[in-house]
Design a protein around this ligand. Structure first.
Ligand SMILES: [Zn+2]
Ligand SMILES: [Zn+2]
Length: 282
């Protein structure tokens, strides 16, 4: 997993996933902080239309048009269909960038859709899922899913010679089955995600705006306890990345994490992304 995360509630959130050159959300300063990597982006997936998740599009679209080199590379932006804030941004970018040197394509998506990704070895795709954030504003979460092969369970423990024999006589499909593994899931801004949508994902990025439930005045964002409960119910395999943390907790981040996780045997790592700092997740 190669992730670069920048997230500070209210200000800016974006995640760069380098293996597939995907940017999830595009909060302000995405292009200036990503530097050269901003030109490597092939696809952007927007979770919803709030300024802290889309303001960075203005810079991204512009630098690609005006910088030297990399100007012919196409860029595709996927977004929740019907989101009026994103439609306004789309219209603004079209009016202010009339002579783009590259193809900029906007593709609306609904929950439950798939977007095929070109991957070197294993086929991968993006899967969309619904999230709950603000009424009447469409929002989506995204998972990167890889199609993998494994030995059929009934052959587990069978002698190697028997497996080789079966492959020779009946072909590889006789001994293997395909399965779909979520590598990474991102829910954007949301209250607790439905665990089934991110089941068994390796890395889950979950809204964790509030570390203390008492600070939450409206039911639009999640708490640390909820993020952990979702990850546990979903059977997250490697890591829960808590982001969109309010900067009010900046000074007490470590202390709060240690208290929250004391005596917890979760089976996955919990990482809190410090608000306002570029953060790498391997
Ligand atoms: Zn939002
Ligand atoms: Zn936000």
């Amino acid at each position: 997993m190669k992730l670069l995360v920048y997230s500070k509630a209210l200000y800016s959130t974006w995640i760069y996933y380098s293996p597939d050159r995907i940017l999830f959300d595009a909060g302000e300063a995405a292009s200036s902080i990503l530097g050269n990597k901003a030109f490597a982006i092939r696809r952007i997936f927007l979770s919803h239309g709030h300024a802290d998740h889309i303001a960075g599009l203005v810079g991204l679209v512009n630098i690609r048009n005006n910088a030297m080199g990399d100007r012919e590379k196409e860029l595709t932006i996927y977004y929740p269909k019907g989101n009026y804030l994103i439609s306004e941004m789309m219209a603004f970018l079209a009016r202010t960038n009339r002579h783009l040197a590259y193809d900029l394509e906007w593709i609306p998506l609904l929950p439950g859709e798939r977007v095929e990704l070109l991957a070197a070895q294993m086929p991968r795709y993006i899967e969309t899922f619904p999230t709950v954030h603000v009424d009447n504003e469409e929002s989506l979460g995204y998972s990167i899913v890889e199609v993998r092969h494994r030995l059929k369970p009934e052959l587990a423990g069978a002698p190697q010679s028997e497996i080789v024999k079966a492959v020779r006589s009946k072909g590889r499909d006789a001994v293997t089955e395909t399965y779909h593994q979520r590598l990474f899931s991102y829910g954007g801004d949301s209250v607790g995600l439905r665990p089934a949508f991110v089941a068994e994902t390796e890395v889950l990025c979950h809204d964790t705006t509030f570390l203390d439930e008492r600070d939450r005045k409206e039911y639009k964002h999640a708490t640390l306890a909820e993020a952990i409960a979702v990850a546990r119910a979903a059977g997250v395999k490697k890591e829960l990345v808590c982001l969109h943390i309010s900067s009010r907790y900046k000074a007490k981040l470590r202390e709060i994490t240690e208290t929250a996780l004391a005596n917890e045997d979760l089976g996955f790592k919990v990482t809190l992304v410090p608000p306002g700092r570029i953060f790498a997740v391997d």
